[in-house]
Design a protein around this ligand. Structure first.
Ligand code: 2P0
Length: 350
């Protein structure tokens, strides 16, 4: 007999901002990176993707996605890889227990909303794919751990694998040809270092110039600095960063974060043709952080920039006034993400 029920699950996934950056693929099809990376998840901010997945035998359409109110393709190879893997895991459960509804065979309807400038280098694909994977995994009642699910999210968008965890998260590049060991693991929960704060400075909400996927391929193919970054600098920084987090050593955390952001933007500049993600507002944020640290006499703030001009500044709660206070008084303190002009700041405790 036909089952007319609609099965549904909703979830949210936060953005994560890397302090050791992912940039480069050793396998584009499986989305395997050339280097490990490490991020901080901004779980307490309102920068989130909210996603509902539903399925029903009564749905007669194909799988569909509505993103921020607009139909969006779910037919890309990346999305297809994620859906196929999630369905295969559900099918294992259905084959084991015949009484389970055959959700794996029915069309999926996905509705997702996020409240931050999509594709402006604010990790929208990270939160988006993490929420998509988590929502479907919940709908299918999959028993897989976040690390196991991260291997699926990685195929949607590399950085998405890190958004399945809160706190401090490493994405191990792995060495296996099939990518089985290229997964995200928790380095420390947010509760390990509850004083950590992040300030998001939106310098531009416009779509970024060079999409990450294309940009990192160009860098890997043409940058002469890139091998040094991948082979020497990042592996050493991954070790040092994990140690700094374990010891809650903010000065070292800040040094490594700023060095790695600059190293990432240096290999972008060294790409042929060169890629520029930072703009004049970004550089003003760098100078401001440098001035704050110099005035205090130690690192109390750390900037980092992704594939766009927006800054994320990490600091500890005890230095709120000296860091967030200075940024807000200089740049203004506008609420919301709707505007696409001017500079907006938002604090995001992790
Ligand atoms: C990161 N970025 O580690 C780095 C820093 C941008 C700069 O991960 O091709 O959107 O989907 O795997 O994850 C952006 O790259 O790239 C990114 P794909 P993704 O957060």
């Amino acid at each position: 007999m036909a089952d007319s029920r609609v099965y549904r699950a909703s979830t949210t996934a936060p953005v994560n901002i890397a302090v050791i950056k992912y940039w480069g693929k050793r396998d584009a099809k499986l989305n395997l990176p050339t280097n490990s990376s490490l991020s901080v998840t901004l779980a307490q901010s309102d920068l989130k993707a909210h996603t509902t997945a539903s399925c029903s035998q009564a749905f007669s359409d194909d799988d569909s996605l509505i993103l921020n109110g607009e139909p969006s393709p779910l037919t890309t190879p990346r999305s297809q890889a994620c859906l196929a893997r999630l369905r295969a895991l559900r099918k294992i459960l259905e084959d084991r227990d015949n009484s389970l509804p055959k959700l794996s065979q029915w069309p999926l309807r996905i509705v997702s909303i996020n409240n931050f400038p999509t594709a402006a280098g604010l990790a929208s694909s990270a939160a988006g794919f993490a929420a998509l994977i988590r929502a479907i995994a919940n709908l299918y009642e999959l028993p897989q751990s976040p690390t196991e699910l991260s291997a699926i999210a990685r195929q949607g968008s590399g950085s998405a694998c890190r958004s399945l965890f809160g706190g401090y998260v490493a994405w191990d590049a792995g060495t296996a040809a099939d990518g089985n060991d290229s997964v995200a693991v928790e380095v420390a929960p947010a509760s390990h270092w509850p004083e950590m704060r992040a300030l998001v400075v939106v310098a531009s909400a416009e779509k970024k110039g060079v999409p990450s996927t294309a940009g990192m391929q160009q860098t890997a193919a043409t940058s002469t600095l890139f091998p040094l970054r991948v082979e020497k600098l990042v592996p050493a920084r991954m070790i040092a960063m994990k140690e700094a987090i374990a010891k809650k050593d903010f000065a070292t955390f800040a040094d490594l974060t700023m060095q790695d952001s600059n190293s990432f933007h240096a290999v972008c500049l060294d790409t042929v043709p060169p890629i520029f993600y930072m703009n004049e507002t970004s550089r003003a944020a760098v100078r401001l952080v440098e001035a704050i640290n110099e005035r205090v006499g130690r690192n109390v703030a750390a900037y980092t920039f992704d594939a766009g001009p927006n800054a994320v500044v990490y600091y500890l709660a005890e230095n709120e006034g000296q860091v967030a206070g200075v940024f807000k008084s200089l740049l203004g303190d506008k609420d919301g993400w709707a505007g696409d002009r001017g500079t907006q700041v938002q604090e995001a405790p992790i």
